[in-house]
Design a protein around this ligand. Structure first.
Ligand code: SF4
Length: 282
């Protein structure tokens, strides 16, 4: 992937997410290139997907912003992956976490990267920091089809074990849960014992590049693409699938005992503030 150094004027961005009032995204675009990415519209150049923006002055700007803004918590990685491969060289996320720790600003990190493993001592410094870690597929072949360059499932499971050992509050994010590709039964089995809390967030077709995803899935298995289209055909078919998913989660959970946050975006609407990550259903 090609890198472009960019200068940003603002680091703390207001958000409608229920997890915090502000987000921080040290990079623009993402090297992992997930087909369903909800954040693709903020790529540095939409025609040129092979370009990652590195906000090289972000730590310096954040320090300045924290001098005059009263912030108690933020979300990291709502529009990018903070622990992307470029982070090994640029260490922007490392500098930002250090600044947030020094200013006692708690953070929730959204990630699917095993590279977070190098940062656990830093993240542990504030007991209110937490990690939401994505594990939404159980089969390597499906992951590599839909997430071109994301870390393997084995690497993710290995770092999840390290996060668990570190004692940092952890929630495993099964999202987006893509019908007929994400398998709840298999995922629960693979993450058993690694966390107490999970999100199950149903794939949001309006925000998640629906046609592009279906095109990819067709190359993987034509019949599955048809089934996914049926789920998203209309409001009723979508509701029906989400109802059945909820019933399945409840039944499975009798053996696992997770605290489950079940998130179903409104059909045919863009991502909005009604999507709540703080209300467990059981
Ligand atoms: S890791 Fe996240 S930000 Fe990066 S492409 Fe995948 S969904 Fe998008």
């Amino acid at each position: 992937m090609r890198i472009k150094l960019v200068h940003t004027q603002r680091v703390l961005a207001p958000t409608i997410m229920t997890l915090a009032g502000f987000t921080i995204n040290p990079y623009r675009g993402c090297e992992f290139n997930c087909s369903y990415c909800y954040a693709k519209s903020i790529r540095i150049d939409n025609k040129n997907r092979d370009l990652l923006g590195v906000k090289i002055n972000a730590p310096e700007i954040l320090e300045k912003e924290l001098n005059y803004k009263k912030i108690d918590k933020v979300v990291l990685g709502s529009n990018c992956e903070c622990f992307t491969y470029a982070e090994i060289k640029f260490k922007l996320t490392e500098k930002i976490l250090t600044i947030l720790n020094n200013n006692r600003v708690a953070y929730t990190i959204l990630t699917k990267s095993h590279l977070i493993g190098n940062y656990l001592p830093l993240i542990r410094q504030n007991k209110d920091n937490r990690i939401f870690f994505t594990f939404n597929f159980s089969r390597e072949k499906i992951r590599s089809f839909l997430e071109e360059k994301s870390p393997s499932l084995e690497n993710r499971l290995a770092v999840l074990e390290r996060i668990k050992q570190s004692g940092i509050p952890l929630r495993i994010h099964i999202g987006p849960f893509i019908p007929y590709l994400s398998d709840l039964d298999e995922i629960f089995f693979r993450i058993k014992g690694l966390t107490r809390e999970i999100n199950i967030e149903l794939y949001h077709s309006k925000t998640g590049n629906f046609e592009e995803v279906l095109q990819k899935v067709k190359d993987y298995d034509y019949s599955i693409a048809g089934k996914i289209r049926t789920v998203y055909e209309n409001r009723e078919s979508y509701r029906d699938f989400s109802r059945r998913l909820r019933i399945q989660a409840l039944a499975l959970n009798k053996s696992y005992g997770f605290k489950i946050y079940f998130i179903v975006p409104e059909f045919d609407e863009f991502y909005d503030s009604r999507i709540n990550y703080e209300n467990p259903i059981f």
